[in-house]
Write a protein that binds this ligand. Structure first.
Ligand code: ADP
Length: 661
């Protein structure tokens, strides 16, 4: 067994790999950039080597510096995690040459599978179902249109080197096909330095279901069931689960058998994932193989009881699998939600900043949190904005879902914008609960994005009660301070009006030991809670049901967050509520005469100039952020009055790019 493993990665995955290495009695080496010297993965490691400046290309992607770190620390193996160098065949080769074990597959499998055009060829040869379309690289827009027509619209233009949903465009007609080729190609060129694009049939309303495999160097290959990853945004996974609510055992076996056949066709060793797209009739088609540990691997670990990182390490050290296909048992249900630093109100643009508060829910047998940050840490512009993964487990899908909902309510993050409310709303969505999933789920159910304020709380009574309790506690303190109670606890009842979501509710609250007694029009309610002023989480019991609501004071309102809904509640006496109704409402400034940058990023190009007339939907500018090209389009017809930014300029959020007449 290895003595020391260097983890060529950062964030949650570096921490997760170290956890297993430590359990196996193996020493760990972290590498870090200048931006990460105080990161959690550095804190966890036995040793750390600084490998360069914050920009990933000069640190986490810098093979020479990482090779030096290996030499310096005498590590005998390297785990690449996911992203960065995990699917870089020349890194795997360099390690091989230096006699260092790469904890992953051989360079040949990485090369073949890293290229969507090549891997599709191999899959066809191995008799795997593939998406219609021969998958050859396109040399011109005319050729793209020709092939697309032959396949039949809609089609998907895909970068051969693509990954992470980049370099991918759907086209429903010739014009979109030409534009899609251009966009996919330039995005892939920027992100991967390889602009080759191919076209294949676009499968409508599909599910993304993938098979986890494990292969040792003695030729044993098993599949560990599937993961359903259909809840995606911009072709990026948001929620994953295992098993899939869609598969029957025959389809599972057929997919597993094909995944194993493909792995064998490329002499695969280590853990790997064969991704399929599955249509409404359960026809499945090979998408790609990821030759590394996946972000969503924990759901498979939860239902199989296996530690995938441990097996990757064992296999890399030459050990054979100690179990066969028939020994693989799938038990219970697991779900994973990816917590990102991003702003759901601004089309999920990445959000950066310091984590002024970071308190994940507590772990137990039914909850795992994989994280790479801690309170006070920084979410920078340099890396992926994923903060943590929440993994819930239960005997049934319903239990796993309920557990996830509670965990998300309990996850407290401040300092950066995040998607926890959105994840919680997804968990509570009736269609999600029914398991009617497709990769269009988010686009279909949230066509205008996610607005926590507009979401009607599924349990307004609970929110009304909590607002009243919180207010009662503040009143109690205020009266203590003003000396009216002179140190003696007095139990008093108070009548309040709660204004929330346009509604007006009469509530009376009595503070008592260990909780509150409330009386509403609809009846009386008892809430057990030992919440104290200043605590962000109001946890308690209502009618025997456990709940958690996040509470924050915003001006004179209490902002309550629960199950994805956000409500600003005002609590006042009846007379004040009457007067409140007469207060003028402040209107937001009109920004319709400006094109503002929706995110911090680079202004790649401007498509219009002063005096130019633009029509609704016309391309105005392209802004690149987090390696994604975002096309900003006209939201109405108009005339450009002035250009306020230059191509090549770095933009801040809300910076004016264009002014209209
Ligand atoms: P990446 O390597 O960027 O992750 P994938 O090939 O794995 O790209 O595809 C990512 C997602 O894009 C899939 O999960 C699916 O939602 C969508 N997708 C890819 N190919 C197709 C297709 N032919 N038809 C429909 N959706 C597709």
């Amino acid at each position: 067994m290895f003595k020391k493993i260097l983890i060529a990665n950062r964030g949650e995955i570096a921490c997760r790999i170290m956890r297993t290495a430590r359990e196996m009695g193996i020493k760990t080496v972290a590498v870090c950039s200048e931006a990460d010297t105080r990161a959690l993965h550095v804190e966890m490691a036995d040793e750390t080597v600084m490998i360069g400046p914050p920009v990933a290309a000069e640190s986490y992607l810098n093979v020479a510096n990482i090779m030096n770190a290996i030499k310096q620390t005498r590590a005998d193996a390297v785990h690449p995690g996911y992203g960065f160098l995990s699917e870089n065949a020349s890194f795997a080769k360099a390690l091989k040459k230096a006699g260092i074990a790469f904890i992953g597959p051989g360079p040949k499998a990485i090369t073949v599978m890293g290229d969507k055009i090549e891997s599709k060829k191999v899959a066809i040869k191995a008799g795997i179902n593939t998406v219609p379309g021969d998958g050859g690289a396109l040399s011109s827009a005319d050729e793209a249109v020709k092939v697309a027509r032959k396949i039949g619209y809609p089609v998907m233009l895909k970068a051969s080197a693509g990954g992470g949903g980049k370099g991918m465009r759907i086209a429903r007609n010739d014009a979109e096909c030409r534009d899609g080729l251009k966009r996919a190609s330039s995005e892939a060129e920027t992100a991967f330095g390889d602009g080759r694009v191919f076209v294949e049939k676009y499968i409508e309303h599909p599910r993304h279901i993938e098979i986890q495999i494990l292969a040792d160097s003695a030729g044993n290959t098993v599949y560990l069931g599937e993961r359903e990853c259909s809840i995606q945004r911009r072709h990026q996974k948001v929620i994953e689960e295992a098993p899939s609510p869609f598969l029957d055992s025959d389809t599972r076996r057929a997919m597993g058998t094909q995944a194993v056949a493909l792995a064998k066709a490329v002499g695969y060793t280590s853990a790997g994932t064969v991704e399929f797209i599955v249509d409404q009739d359960k026809n499945f088609y090979f998408l790609e193989m990821n030759t590394r540990l996946q972000v969503e691997h924990p759901v498979t670990e939860k239902i199989t009881g296996l530690d995938l990182v441990e097996w990757m390490i064992r296999i890399a050290a030459g050990e054979s699998l100690t179990f066969g296909q028939d020994d693989v048992q799938l038990n219970g249900w697991a779900m994973e939600a990816r917590v990102y630093a991003e702003n759901p109100l601004r089309n999920f643009m990445p959000s950066t900043g310091r984590l002024t508060a970071y308190r994940p829910p507590l772990e137990d047998e039914s909850l795992r949190v994989d994280t790479g940050v801690c309170e006070g840490g920084e979410i920078s512009i340099f890396y992926d904005p994923m903060i943590a993964k929440v993994i819930s487990y239960g005997a049934t899908r319903e239990l796993a879902r309920a557990r996830m909902s509670v965990a998300l309510d309990e996850f407290h993050i401040r300092g950066v914008q995040h998607n926890i409310g959105f994840l919680a709303a997804l968990m509570g969505h009736p269609r999600f609960a029914e398991g009617r999933l497709s990769t269009d789920f988010i686009a279909e159910e949230y066509p205008d994005g996610f607005h926590a304020q507009d979401l009607m709380p599924d349990d307004p009574k609970l929110l009304i009660c909590v607002a009243a309790c919180v207010h009662r506690a503040y009143q109690e303190r205020a009266s203590m301070i003003s000396g009216q109670i002179q140190g003696r606890q007095r139990v008093v009842a108070d009548d309040w009006v709660v204004l929330m979501h346009g509604g007006k509710y009469d509530v009376s609250v009595t503070l008592r030991d260990g909780g509150y007694d409330l009386s509403l029009k609809s009846g009386s309610v008892a809430i057990q809670s030992d919440w104290k002023i200043g605590e962000a989480l109001f946890q308690g019991d209502i009618e025997g049901r456990r709940f958690c609501i996040q509470v924050e004071r915003v001006g004179i309102a209490y902002r309550l967050t629960h199950a994805g809904a956000e409500a600003d509640a005002l609590v006042m006496n009846a007379r004040t509520a009457e007067l409140q109704a007469l207060m003028p409402v402040k209107v937001a400034p009109d920004t319709s005469k400006f094109l503002l940058s929706p995110m911090p990023g680079l202004l790649v190009s401007l498509s219009v100039g002063p005096g130019q007339e633009v029509k609704f939907g016309e391309e105005l500018a392209v802004v690149e952020a987090m390696k994604m090209e975002n096309v900003l389009r006209a939201e109405q017809d108009g005339v450009v009055a002035a250009v306020r930014a230059k191509a090549g300029e770095s933009l801040t959020v809300d910076q004016v790019i264009l002014e209209f007449e």
